[in-house]
Write a protein that binds this ligand. Structure first.
Ligand SMILES: [Zn+2]
Length: 827
């Protein structure tokens, strides 16, 4: 017997929903602190009772004539409002209304539910009563509000959480009161309109929110309001009136209006909207303008461009491609995708440094990388390309992004989102100066059900295997119900059970994950052979006469994979397991010594074991952590999606023994020590300084690195820390700071030179700028290479204006073997 729909099963006790509506929370199955497996036992579970009442109520409202579907269609499927204009280019893979695909208690399902239950309703209070009330002064209100409205509408469609719907309805009602007679929503008087950098951009997001809300709910007032805004934009912007090349990044922010203007054109068929879209794309190509299409066709790439705004324009360009059918637009987008994937994409599935697409293969792990807005527009970009081409390579990228960087940006309890989400660091979650990312992350999460399982001309497409269920309409209108079981990411086997009103001939296409080397697939008991031309970039189609009860089993053996770092990550390695990129995490490895030095690749693989995740890493029922041998013992790795979740240090790319990093530092994996433990911020290997200020006075201070095996060096670099009024520099009144080494293990320190260019100072004074700012390098180059086990820099500490103490700071120490006659110092 088919099971009732179980849209969600809730892991976390929810308080926030009740909080924001200030009412007695209604019991909901979403709110139970249980992790029931998807299975028939659910039916007996007492917590399901309220849900069954809902099903019975909904069933009584059903008018469906499909007898078998009485239980299946328990949630009264949403019918999107029709569009007036058909696309010239029909999607090869169909987007799903989120109420057709319900992910359950897998990793993504859990996160999607927390987004819908623990974040979006709470943000309703912030939005409706906070952001909207700041409307009069804040020009980014529309951005944040529009994203929230879209995310909440999709999440409501997926969960049917009544309080979320209530919050949406009330907030839209409030929003519409802010609209001027002529359609304007912003805070500026007519004479100032559109000049502030984010005014058009904010209206774009209001259009996105209102048009989505209308399509899902049929609310005509929302549509009329959106039309008034679109009319206003059409009146104000054109070649003969005002240029859209305003706002941020050469107008990229304003030009990204293209996406919802295409939506508005499709919805209404109003030719003025089409004209505005046409104007936007034409305008890009004017001399000295953005040249988005021609630049991409000439393969100029995206280096140096503002990533979020640029991808927003490119996403609009793909919507416009659907209308016009101009093949150049698709080709331009594919070129952008290729450029990003090959040169600018992190292994966790995001991009950008300080919101910009960086140089070729420049992927630093720290320093404000991977803005969540970029993660989500990248996700949208891949969904567009997946639908347009039906090629699995885009679904592969979606898996990479969703399971790693998107979940990594969301706090595991769903109650916060990150702005920059570095691959190494200590604090991932925080809105930064703007609310852009905490609005974007929830959108990305809410979009997953639209593509996790889909349909195409041949039948069903399985993009993701997160546990859950789906009721899909094939293109001939017939219905297929799928139940996906397993713990994708934690267990190798996933199964898909098919239910149909009657047997039917169609294909189920399985995405073979890119990391899966030896997949095996069965239908019922029968093995399916793989066509010879199937690569990891393809779907495995299984075309047959399907009948109810057929079970497809896909098995992707899970084993650790080593990714050896290149370019800036040379000398480092990352470990992945199935779809998950892993990271070291200080919480599991002793907060005092967060930095782990891994064993070489083969040893890391040999020592790898899996165990259930402890709190706080238990973010879903199948969550696991991983134990590996490291220098000095063993360490545990956690999925990037939970790494650093309590603010502790984490690292995707640790150094490994024998690895030589890009800067050539042969002591990169050394054990570090100092004369005194002072205000130690980080370590000699991380961004930050080591301080020796213990409040006392010492005759000398030193910073040392030691290895087990000797290395040959001819150059030592000392990176100065930050000097302050009470000290931090070396006092050179009795001599410059010296470099000492050990030529034997455990042997004596031998002086090999000094930093002659270190400025003259006293214990009390340091007038040199180079010593006052952090990061200044001092280099000692040796005439002859030396084989050494250890190196240290030693000198007299300074006291500045506090004579009762003294100290020195250091933010890095390196030793390298440079080619002879090279004067370059290791960076
Ligand atoms: Zn952002």
């Amino acid at each position: 017997m088919p099971r009732p729909f179980l849209p969600v099963e809730g892991p976390a006790p929810v308080t926030s929903v009740g909080e924001f509506i200030h009412e007695e929370p209604v019991k909901s199955p979403f709110m139970q602190p249980l992790f029931p497996a998807i299975g028939k036992n659910h039916m007996k579970s007492s917590f399901m009772k309220p849900f069954f009442h809902a099903i019975i109520l909904m069933m009584s409202l059903q008018t469906t004539s499909i007898a078998y579907a009485a239980e299946l269609v328990a949630t009264d499927p949403i019918r999107l409002q029709p569009e007036s204009k058909a696309n010239k280019i029909v999607d090869r893979q169909d987007a799903q209304v989120p109420d057709r695909v319900h992910l359950g208690n897998g990793l993504l399902g859990t996160r999607i539910r927390r987004n819908a239950i623990d974040w979006l309703p709470v943000q309703a209070a912030v939005n409706a009563n906070g952001f909207l009330d700041r409307h009069a002064t804040y020009d980014l209100t529309g951005e944040y509000y529009g994203k929230w409205l879209e995310a909440s509408t999709l999440s409501w469609a997926n969960t049917r959480e009544p309080r979320l719907r209530d919050a949406i309805d009330k907030s839209v009602e409030k929003l519409l009161k802010y609209q001027s007679e002529d359609g304007y929503f912003g805070p500026f008087p007519p004479a100032k309109r559109w000049s502030p950098p984010w005014d058009v951009w904010s209206h774009k997001y209001i259009l996105i929110g209102l048009s989505t809300y209308y399509r899902y709910t049929g609310n005509r007032e929302a549509l009329e309001a959106a039309k008034k805004t679109a009319d206003l934009l059409c009146r104000d912007f054109s070649e003969s009136r005002r240029s859209l090349a305003i706002g941020h990044c050469g107008g990229m922010s304003s030009y990204s209006l293209l996406e919802p203007m295409v939506w508005m054109y499709r919805l209404t068929g109003d030719e003025r909207y089409r004209s505005l879209c046409d104007y936007i794309v034409r305008s890009w190509e004017q001399p000295r303008n953005l040249q988005i299409v021609s630049g991409l066709l000439e393969k100029k790439g995206v280096k140096g461009l503002k990533a979020y705004e640029y991808l927003s324009c490119v996403n609009g360009m793909l919507e416009w491609y659907r209308i016009t059918g101009d093949p150049n637009l698709l080709q331009a987008a594919l070129n952008a995708w290729e450029d990003i994937v090959t040169k600018r994409l992190y292994i966790t599935g995001s991009s950008s440094q300080k919101e910009i697409f960086g140089g070729d293969h420049f992927l630093p792990n720290t320093g404000d990388v991977c803005e969540t807005c970029v993660t989500v527009t990248w996700l949208q970009f891949n969904t567009h390309l997946l639908r347009l081409t039906n090629e699995a390579r885009f679904a592969q990228q979606l898996e990479r992004t969703c399971y790693n960087h998107l979940c990594g940006a969301q706090r595991p309890d769903g109650k916060h989102w990150g702005y920059y989400v570095n691959l190494e660091g200590g604090s991932k979650y925080g809105s930064g100066p703007f609310p852009c990312c905490i609005g974007s992350g929830p959108r990305g999460m809410a979009m997953i059900p639209t593509f996790a399982v889909a349909t195409d001309a041949d039948g069903v497409v399985m993009n993701f295997y997160d546990a859950g269920n789906a009721t899909l309409n094939l293109r001939d209108g017939s219905e297929v119900r799928l139940t996906i079981d397993g713990k994708f990411g934690a267990e190798p086997k996933s199964s898909v059970t098919v239910e149909l009103p009657q047997s039917k001939d169609f294909a189920i296409k399985l995405r073979i994950p890119y990391w899966c080397e030896e997949p095996s697939v069965r239908v019922n008991k029968e093995p399916i052979s793989f066509p010879k031309n199937l690569t990891t970039d393809a779907y495995l189609p299984i075309k047959r006469m399907w009948k109810s009860g057929d079970v497809v089993t896909i098995e992707c053996p899970l084993s650790p994979r080593i990714i050896l770092g290149e370019y800036g990550n040379r000398g480092r390695l990352a470990v992945a397991y199935g779809p998950l990129v892993l990271a070291t995490d200080a919480k599991l490895n002793g907060d005092g010594q967060p930095r782990q030095v891994l064993r070489p690749a083969e040893e890391t693989l040999r020592s790898f074991t899996v165990e259930p995740a402890p709190e706080p890493f238990l973010d879903w029922p199948g969550a696991q952590v991983f134990r590996i041998a490291v220098r000095g013992g063993e360490a545990r790795l956690v999925p990037f999606s939970v790494a650093g979740c309590g603010g502790q240090f984490y690292q995707v790319w640790p150094l490994y023994e024998g690895g030589i990093p890009e800067n050539g530092n042969l002591f990169a994996t050394a054990v570090e020590s100092y004369s005194r433990t002072g205000r130690i911020n980080k370590s000699l290997f991380q961004n930050g300084s080591v301080w020796t200020n213990d409040g006392k006075k010492a005759d000398e201070d030193w910073f040392a690195l030691a290895l087990d095996n000797p290395v040959t060096i001819n150059c030592v670099t000392f990176i100065h820390g930050k000097s302050e009024p009470p000290g931090g520099w070396f006092d050179t009144s009795a001599g410059k700071p010296k470099v000492q080494v050990k030529n034997e293990k455990g042997g004596p320190w031998i002086t090999i030179g000094e930093f002659a260019d270190y400025s003259d100072t006293t214990a009390e004074t340091c007038n040199n700028k180079k010593l006052q700012q952090m990061g200044s390098p001092f280099v000692l180059t040796l005439d002859q290479p030396q084989s050494i086990f250890a190196v240290r820099v030693i000198g007299k500490p300074s006291c500045g204006n506090k004579p009762e103490q003294n100290y020195v700071t250091c933010s890095g120490l390196r030793a390298a073997l440079l080619p002879t006659n090279s004067t370059a110092s290791p960076r």
